[in-house]
Design a protein around this ligand. Sequence first.
Ligand code: NI
Length: 254
Amino acid sequence: MLIDTHTHVYLDDFKEDMDQVIDRCKKQNISKLYLPNIDSTTLVPLHNLVNAFPEICYPMMGVHPCSVKENWKDELASSEETLRAGTYIGVGEIGIDLYWDKSFKKQQIEVFCKHLELAKEFKLPVSIHSRDALDITISEVRNLHDETLRGVFHCFNGTTEQAEQIMDLSGFYMGIGGVVTYKNAGVDKVVKDLPLDRLVLETDAPYLSPVPYRGKRNEPSYINEIAQKIAELKEISFNEVAEQTTKTATDLFL
Ligand code: NI
């Protein structure tokens, strides 16, 4: 059994063939999909999908850093209110993204830290997005870290040193996705030497498809390619990767 710990299959990209996408998951032993929210505009599709496939879809609540704009206070309030009113397996997607837009850096950090506090209050794990901002993201987590704060640095593509800093934070793991299959991305060389018990699998569908689907729409069933690549890098069996990452993803979120 495999778990996709970070996937956005509630987005419009899957509108036409959602049933088949879920069907392929079941046929390929993908037992659970963890769904991080994006912002207030994705609440309805997220909840609709979870209601349609409650046996496989598990929602998180948060505000993606790229959705922290002029209306960031409204987004923050909406996320907190929704989190308080419902049942979620985690707080996400949250984080800091300085790749697309640095103009809301201060607000991104504030929204991120507020969600870390909410995660602590609800004793929920977090799913963290970080782009061009890994050092500052790690340091914000470190500032608020305690025995309840735990989670995943999703789509990890940092250095060995940054991986070590994450592993120094007890309860924190790295989400490995399609980028590990890309030649020249470099993350394969880092992942090769990371302990398997600090890794979880993710697709980040519909984005970042693994080879041989690169450039096409990503979907959770492609998690097999990611598990296979990690097995090759670490010279262990596919089953060992599946078993350990599924155990970690279950212990952390459910
Ligand atoms: Ni995401």
